[in-house]
Design a binder for this molecule. Structure first.
Ligand code: ZN
Length: 313
């Protein structure tokens, strides 16, 4: 069993919660699978988008901070998040983006994959990648994109590093990644688990890039998957033994998480696959109501009064 088996989710910071929701559901065709609050600040939403069941590997989550300053992608940060779509569907996506007046660039080619780049409303860089290893997403009723063209999972993330040697050693030695062949030296690719879409981390080394900065339009962290709490405990002990600060295991309701920074400064999380998004809502009702962790349930009325109303798709 490799230490991590792929990407679990990406978490980012947005400004306007509604514009963000409209983009990820309306343009990318993901499902709003959970509306929760930031556990550290329950006056702020935490929204989750994914496939029909919000399965690990399909999830992107957001903390909306409408009053925050703008973030900046740069060294020590995730500078692109790729979404896998079925091979042969890129033309369909190009037509869709053009029709919806969403600016995009491409198609570009990297290794054996073709992709287009675009930005979400807060400026987060996104790639739509035609991938032969794109899985079928779990469908749901009122799916806005035909299943044969739908995003199957997060394809991978791109890390920008001031110096990449120790980051690469860490990915390989601590997290069990291996280098994929056929990619340029400027953007090296690593894969975990079974490989392909959902398991990829690209590393670019840009010593003269400005440092990344948190804020609206920045990726806060990338989370990797581990099957159970036992495998997570093993990773936790191993990372500590490497002399790296790692958080205690945190209960995130839908999964258990540990957090640490890789040597280049990007915040990593390792999250368990379960119990998953359906622990507090049935598959049909995912995302339909505000979910609060137990400790905030007595404050529900107050919390609902300060959170802006959402127009769900
Ligand atoms: Zn996370």
């Amino acid at each position: 069993m490799p230490p991590v088996t792929g990407i679990h989710h990406v978490t980012a910071i947005c400004g306007d919660v509604q514009a963000n929701l409209d983009f990820y559901t309306g343009v990318l065709g993901l499902r709003l699978v959970k509306v929760a609050v930031n556990f550290d600040d329950p006056t702020t939403y935490h929204t989750y988008f994914g496939d029909g069941l919000g399965r690990p590997g399909t999830l992107i989550t957001f903390f909306p901070y409408p009053d925050s300053y703008k973030g900046r992608a740069g060294s020590g940060s995730v500078i692109a998040t790729g979404y896998a779509v079925p091979p042969g569907s890129l033309r369909w996506w190009i037509d869709r983006l053009a029709e919806m007046a969403v600016h995009f660039d491409g198609p570009h080619r990297r290794g054996d994959e073709e992709f287009v780049t675009l930005r979400d409303p807060d400026g987060i860089d996104i790639e739509i990648v035609a991938s032969p290893t794109c899985p079928r997403p779990e469908p749901w009723t009122k799916m806005p994109v035909p299943a044969e063209n739908a995003i199957g999972c997060i394809h991978g993330v791109t890390l920008c590093e001031e110096a990449s040697e120790f980051t690469i050693d860490f990915l390989v030695d601590a997290l069990g990644f291996r280098e994929a062949e056929g990619f340029a030296e400027e953007q090296r690719r690593f894969e975990s688990g079974v490989g392909g879409s959902g398991t990829l981390v690209d590393v670019v080394c840009r010593p003269d890039a400005p440092h990344g900065r948190g804020g609206q339009g920045s990726v806060h962290h990338v989370a990797f998957r581990t099957p159970q709490e036992e495998s997570q405990a093993h990773i936790h002990a191993d990372i500590r033994a490497r002399g790296i600060n790692v958080s205690p295991v945190m209960n995130r309701n839908y999964f258990k998480s540990i957090y640490f920074r890789e040597p280049g400064g990007v915040l990593f999380e390792v999250a368990t696959d379960g119990p998953g998004m359906t622990i507090d809502e049935t598959p049909e009702l995912l995302g339909s109501s505000l979910r609060l962790p137990e400790q905030y349930e007595p404050l529900r009325e107050k919390i609902e009064a300060v959170l802006p109303a959402l127009r769900r798709p």
